[in-house]
Design a protein around this ligand. Structure first.
Ligand SMILES: Cc1ncc(COP(=O)(O)O)c(C=O)c1O
Length: 422
């Protein structure tokens, strides 16, 4: 072959490869669902970034969860992932459960005051000073902490400190022991520690053993291996510690013992088989943020969105300084247009219109966020952009009251827990 045709062939090949590598136009206007949601927000005079929960979708996720539990386990609602009292009340009613898992002392005080029938299990061990503050701030009412509050404790040292606090306050306390069943985020990891803790509880006039908790989200996160193998290993550890505790406590084993496990990513792994727990915890899967788009939650539907107004819609992309915007949009049709949204830089992914992308060259902004999209997107100023939160526990607290969407209308607003730690 002649050198010239080799060269031409090379150029044509490069161009062909370039055309093949060039991103496709992924832009699409809002689907009918998001057209209706936009209209509902406009009808309600919404004008600022808003967290929306779709109530029928929330209900569908509750039904899905209950159909998996199928009455074989009690359901404990993970409040940190649903950080709003009216949202929690809605889930408690729909799921027929008064069991909550909480992770933040001030929220426990609020729940005790507002939902006095709740049965509260802590999701993490707290400094003993937080426990002291909780009792100090507890308002007189129907909530009986000696029966309805279960502290989660992880070490003999913390147990001793709680025992001292209980004695000084003359306050009976229910104690649940945190097990390490493979996550290695603390908790009891030896028979000897477990027995020491049980002995301390038995010796205390104010502490009472209420159960065990072994959280195991790692079993679906391992890069290699079968999740069911990891599940079985976690279950075997749980069973082992349970047998020790039962054997040690004998006659004093509580009739209404709490044997807690699970979380959104894992709860469906207990659909079939025999397991040592009597309750499973989950929260996030009821609103289904993007971090939970995993195969074990394939039948859950997204039920929460961030809605934010478009402030500016431009038909070009310009980057300050050496303007690489034209180059970016020439290469990628999904960078032909530019939108600036009201607020931004949330832990969230653009959802609708389809094909919106962030621009790393321009950067992120909590004030006016740049999004790029193709010419197939006919978004204009004052239209709405929708994002899906990556997780709910922190993102839900960033917008004020949650707008509740139901069949074409904003039907309610739900207050969120004040403060930023779920
Ligand atoms: C102890 C414990 N149980 C359960 C969960 C599950 O929560 P979710 O269902 O929201 O993932 C968590 C989440 O962090 C947890 O820490």
């Amino acid at each position: 072959m002649k050198r010239r045709s080799l060269l031409l062939g090379g150029i044509a090949g490069t161009l062909g490869l370039g055309a093949w590598l060039r991103p496709r136009d992924l832009g699409q206007n809002h689907s009918p669902y998001f057209v209706s949601l936009s209209a509902a927000l406009d009808d309600d005079s919404q004008s600022v970034p808003t967290l929306v929960v779709d109530r029928p979708r929330l209900q569908a996720n509750i039904d899905t969860l209950l159909s998996h539990l199928n009455g074989r386990f009690d359901y404990r609602i993970v409040a940190k992932s649903l950080p709003s009292l009216p949202l929690l009340e809605t889930v408690m009613r729909a799921a027929g459960s008064n069991r909550l898992m909480l992770f933040h002392q001030p929220f426990i005080n609020q729940v005790a005051a507002a939902l006095p029938a709740a049965d509260i299990l802590l999701g993490k061990p707290m400094p003993v000073a937080a426990a002291h503050n909780l009792y100090r701030q507890l308002q007189p009412g129907d909530f009986a902490p000696a029966r309805q509050l279960h502290w989660l404790l992880d070490t003999p040292e913390r147990l001793t400190a709680y025992g001292d606090l209980a004695d000084s306050l003359d306050q009976h306390m229910q104690i649940c022991i945190e097990l390490d069943v493979g996550l290695h985020r603390g908790g009891v990891n030896s028979d000897e520690t477990l027995v020491r803790m049980l002995a301390l509880i038995q010796a205390s006039p104010h502490l009472h053993f209420t159960g065990l908790m072994g959280y195991e989200p790692h079993i679906v996160k391992m890069p290699v291996g079968d999740p069911l193998q990891y599940r079985d290993r976690a279950v075997a550890r749980y069973r082992h510690y349970l047998a020790i505790a039962r054997g040690y406590l004998g006659e004093t084993w509580p009739a209404d013992v709490i044997l807690n496990a699970g979380g959104s990513p894992t709860y469906q792994l207990y659909d079939h088989g025999d397991f040592p727990f009597n309750e499973l915890a989950a929260g996030s899967c009821l609103v289904q943020p993007t971090d939970f788009d995993i195969s074990t939650l394939a039948d859950h539907v997204p039920a929460c969105f961030i809605a934010t107004p478009v402030l500016k819609a431009l038909d070009t992309l310009k980057i300050p300084g050496i303007d690489l915007g034209r180059l970016q949009s020439a290469w990628n049709p999904n960078r032909a247009r530019t939108f600036f949204t009201y607020g931004g830089d949330w832990k969230a992914a653009p959802e609708s219109p389809k094909g919106l992308i962030y621009n790393a060259l321009f950067g992120r902004s909590t004030n006016q966020e740049m999004l790029n999209g193709s010419r197939s997107i006919s978004l204009q100023a004052d239209d709405w952009v929708f994002l899906r939160p990556h997780q709910s526990e922190f993102v839900f607290l960033q917008f004020g009251d949650i707008a509740v969407y139901d069949d074409g209308n904003i039907v309610d607003y739900w207050s969120v827990f004040p403060g930023a730690t779920a």
